[in-house]
Ligand binder design. Sequence first.
Ligand code: PGA
Length: 261
Amino acid sequence: MRPLVVGNWKMNGLAEQLSEIEAMAISVKATLPSVDALICLPATLIAQAVLMATGRIAIGGEDCSAEICGAFTGDISAEMLMDAGAHAVIVGHSERRQQHAETDAVVAAKANAARRAGLLAIICIGETHSQRLAGTALSVCARQITGSVPEGMTASNTVIGYEPLWAIGSDEVPTHSQIMQMHAHIRACLTQRLGAEGQKVRILYGGSVKPSSADAILRLPQVGGVLVGGASLKAADFLAICRAAPLAPAHTPTRPKEQRR
Ligand code: PGA
């Protein structure tokens, strides 16, 4: 499976930081033909970033509404992200779940909206520290998959981001055996939910991924890529993480957007 490296800029970035996207785009395809790179940005930057990325790096949103259009002041639909040139959208990031009280049902509705618009949905799940300590991490993530991944999603429109909440922005990373155990568990849950497609969905690890830790994480079984917050803000760090991805045969990935045409 071709590794996918996703950056998440969160609420960071003004127009002047788009030079980082330009720098990433210049290097990523020339030197790394076997990695899929995607940067998810604040909606204000998407259209400009798409121009700067010149198709070498895909651009995505960080959230979307479940609705298509209408009286939802301040919200942005998946169709609007698509219209701005986005290929993907993160849904159910733990910061959205926690700060905006998004439930699994809300996340599933947003994932459905992404599918409707032709965007790749990056559906995030992950346990809190107290759930990890209580020994319920596996069951929490299983429940989140059942609740947040709509039936009928496929490997071409869905990616799972496993991000233990205690690892996000903390410099604390789970052990490799914890990551392997959870990714194998997520694979089993996806297969149960999506059948054969569940075998092919990429599962990303996220939470304090740095250039120094990416290499070993990207080589673990069932890790199909990484979801990177802080270290995606600078082209040098993001590219170093991309370079850590194990070599896979180069091919042109088909994205939902292209499939619709
Ligand atoms: P981090 O964030 O890499 O800064 O820990 C990851 C995320 O929240 O997606």
